[in-house]
Design a protein around this ligand. Structure first.
Ligand SMILES: [Zn+2]
Length: 329
């Protein structure tokens, strides 16, 4: 509420500013189609990051900071700083959007904070000191890129139907991203399966192999699915793989029981559900492509698109279907 006076003043001033003034913020930098003309609502005053309070749960206490202070730490923690500027900007906007999305959806692990620093719950966060240690000689260069990515996108978020989206992302995909409904229960219209350009040439450990002993496989599966019949030769345990449109394993039949690909991924710490499983002798071998849940923006894919010359706006519209980009209000 403390910002209402400022907002009010801004409103007064901005009422006299032609809406076009806001267009360059999200204006296509290449020959991409022009944005639709902004409505009065969309050209509302931008809530600049420095004026937005963010309450962060750091695992021990709530730290009150600003969006401008908080976002660089998330970009440092979530994306390689060597990535292209447009990819870093896309990451900054996804993070900013996610925080707006989380507001009003109280997470039980931190009901009084907007967001936390646990990557398993919200997003990783890295301090400038840790980054200095990690990046060494490149700290100044990388830090400048990250600050720029946040500043260049100041106040901008991703919207669907006028609302901030659940701007989830992952490290790398296997040719295409996964639709949200294929991984989680909610099928969100802006989290569809889209192609993603990264390959083994650009992603470290794009292909990985996980070997599990037949004994370990049997005990892990039986602990979760006691009705599975895993007697006899391991070669006959896995049958009937069903894949989604993106090629990820939706379900497998294991010992006659249906097991979701996501369950096997969790059970054996597979890097993604884009895998093949083959049992031979006393070993079950998973061959896995990509890393992460596969939903939303692929970070390595974003970097590839940036290398091809796409802007951060184009990258975000690539991975989040049917969205617009505009100021948080
Ligand atoms: Zn959290």
């Amino acid at each position: 509420m403390k910002s209402s006076v400022v907002t009010g003043l801004l409103m007064t001033v901005l009422l006299f500013v032609p809406p076009l003034l806001f267009a360059p913020v999200d204006a296509p930098e290449s020959a991409a189609p022009r944005e639709e003309p902004k409505t009065v609502e969309e050209s509302a005053p931008i809530r600049r990051d420095a004026n937005v309070t963010v309450r962060v749960w750091d695992g021990e206490k709530i730290v009150e900071t600003t969006m401008a202070e908080y976002l660089p730490g998330v970009v440092r923690g979530e994306m390689p700083a060597a990535f292209e500027p447009a990819a870093l900007s896309a990451q900054a906007v996804a993070e900013r959007t996610y925080i707006y999305y989380l507001r009003g959806r109280h997470k039980s692990s931190h009901p009084d904070a907007d967001v936390c620093t646990d990557p398993a719950c919200c997003s990783a966060w890295m301090s400038a000191d840790s980054a200095r240690e990690k990046w060494g000689d490149r700290f100044a260069e990388y830090e400048a890129k990250i600050e720029q990515a946040v500043a260049d996108t100041d106040g901008q978020i991703i919207l669907y139907g006028g609302e901030p989206i659940m701007a989830v992302f992952h490290s790398s995909s296997a040719g295409a991203t996964a639709a949200s409904g294929q991984v989680w229960t909610a099928d969100l219209p802006y989290l569809r399966s889209v192609s993603s350009p990264e390959t083994e040439d650009t992603v470290p450990n794009y292909y990985s192999v996980t070997d599990v002993s037949a004994e370990k496989f049997r005990s892990a599966v039986l602990a979760a699915y006691p009705q599975a019949d895993l007697s006899g030769d391991a070669a006959g345990w896995i049958t009937g793989v069903r894949r989604d449109d993106s090629g990820r394993v939706e379900e497998l039949t294991v010992g006659g029981v249906t097991v979701p690909g996501t369950a096997l991924r969790a059970m054996f710490s597979l890097r993604s559900t884009a895998f093949t499983a083959a049992a031979e002798g006393d070993t079950v071998t998973f061959r896995v492509t990509g890393y992460g849940h596969g939903v939303g923006m692929s970070q390595y894919g974003a970097n590839e698109l940036a290398r091809q010359g796409k802007t951060w706006q184009e990258i975000l519209r690539w991975y989040y279907s049917g969205v617009t980009i505009g100021p948080a209000t």
